[in-house]
Write a protein that binds this ligand. Structure first.
Ligand SMILES: NC(=O)c1ccc[n+]([C@@H]2O[C@H](COP(=O)([O-])OP(=O)(O)OC[C@H]3O[C@@H](n4cnc5c(N)ncnc54)[C@H](OP(=O)(O)O)[C@@H]3O)[C@@H](O)[C@H]2O)c1
Length: 316
């Protein structure tokens, strides 16, 4: 998605000096965009603010780091809520109930993949625009995230109930923010956020569990996790490259793609000898999903597909 309208100069308040908040602030001050200026960073504790200030360094000279968010809300038209998911609504409600503050025309943006826009309802009732921008990226180390954030895809969700012009401006602003971060956007409807987030969890968190599963299988036959990881990481990287080139369906290789049912039976016989029943359920569930891909690709016959289904769905 490409931005069409250019936004007017806007000050940003970042609430939550954690991994995401500090990364966003750093990127926006290192490569400044004339219309977007990080002016305030607030957090619950002094410790987080000190850490963020140190990481952002000299580029952030003009940023005010403070535990008090009132001045920031007054002075800024864009409010990034970068707290843990469960704190977003509380933070928004605390701001909304402060009679000193006018929220009309301000933008309240959160970064959670799962939370809907309703968590910002109390700001919306006071005339604010609400949106969410979810980076499809794992921000484990702030230093690495600052370095690698370019090219990230962001799931964006914004209100469409406002008058048309305002809705377009909100969309433009969000796209401009993402472009300032060097990323691109994909639009996600508010009601679809739980499934969108589930997909991200499968691809990121469950990948970790899947690799851990492979490591544990190898551990059972005496291969240490560090040794097995070396080999598995190489295998995973080449698979990721295949997915990039060929897509998720055609990148499939291995015994199921070839229709080698004998090999699969051998895997399962050995699981049965060495593991508890519950420990190879995952292998069977994923085997079934993999068989469907091979059949959809027309790489295995209907008969082989039925045979694989019987193998993976047996109760043993
Ligand atoms: N990390 C990721 O990989 C990732 C990826 C995509 C999206 N996100 C989203 O980004 C958001 C932030 O996640 P994160 O990983 O950056 O979390 P985080 O590292 O735990 O940082 C959250 C920060 O919020 C501050 N905070 C907590 N409650 C607060 C409150 N009531 N008022 C003000 N500050 C408060 C905390 O600072 P104090 O120590 O001062 O309390 C903490 O440093 C979440 O919505 C998350 O879903 C994260």
């Amino acid at each position: 998605m490409k931005s069409t309208a250019k936004i007017k100069k806007k000050n940003i308040l970042i609430i939550g000096a954690g991994r995401l908040g500090t990364t966003l602030a750093s990127v926006l001050v290192i490569k400044p965009v004339p219309d977007l200026k990080v002016r305030y960073i607030t957090s619950r504790t002094e410790k987080s603010l000190i850490k963020a200030k140190k990481i952002i360094g000299k580029h952030g000279r003009e940023i005010i780091f403070t535990k008090d968010m009132v001045e920031g809300v007054k002075d800024c038209s864009i409010i990034f809520i970068c707290t843990p998911d469960d704190e977003i609504e509380k933070v928004c409600n605390n701001i909304a109930k402060n009679a000193e503050l006018s929220l009309k025309g301000k933008y309240f943006i959160h970064f959670s993949g799962s939370k809907r826009l309703e968590v910002l309802n109390n700001a919306k009732k006071l005339g604010a625009y609400v949106a969410s921008i979810h980076p499809m990226k794992s921000f484990a180390s702030i230093a690495d995230s600052i370095r690698t954030i370019g090219g990230t895809v962001y799931g964006i969700t914004f209100e469409k109930t406002h008058l048309c012009r305002e809705s377009t401006e909100a969309k433009s602003l969000i796209i401009d923010i993402v472009e300032a971060l060097g990323g691109t956007t994909v639009e996600v409807k508010d009601d679809d956020k739980p499934l969108y987030h589930a997909a991200a969890c499968v691809a990121s968190n469950y990948l970790v569990s899947l690799v851990n599963y492979a490591v544990e299988i190898n551990e059972k036959i005496g291969i240490k996790s560090e040794d097995s990881l070396k080999g598995l990481i190489g295998l995973i990287e080449s698979t990721i490259n295949n997915i990039k080139k060929l897509g998720t369906k055609k990148a499939l290789t291995g015994p199921i793609a070839r229709g080698d049912t004998g090999t699969i039976k051998e895997h399962l016989d050995n699981f049965k000898k060495n593991f508890e029943k519950g420990d190879y359920l995952l292998y069977k569930v994923l085997g079934l999903a993999t068989s469907k891909i091979a059949y959809e690709n027309k790489w295995i016959s209907r008969r082989t597909f039925q045979e694989l289904k019987t193998i993976f769905m047996d109760g043993e």
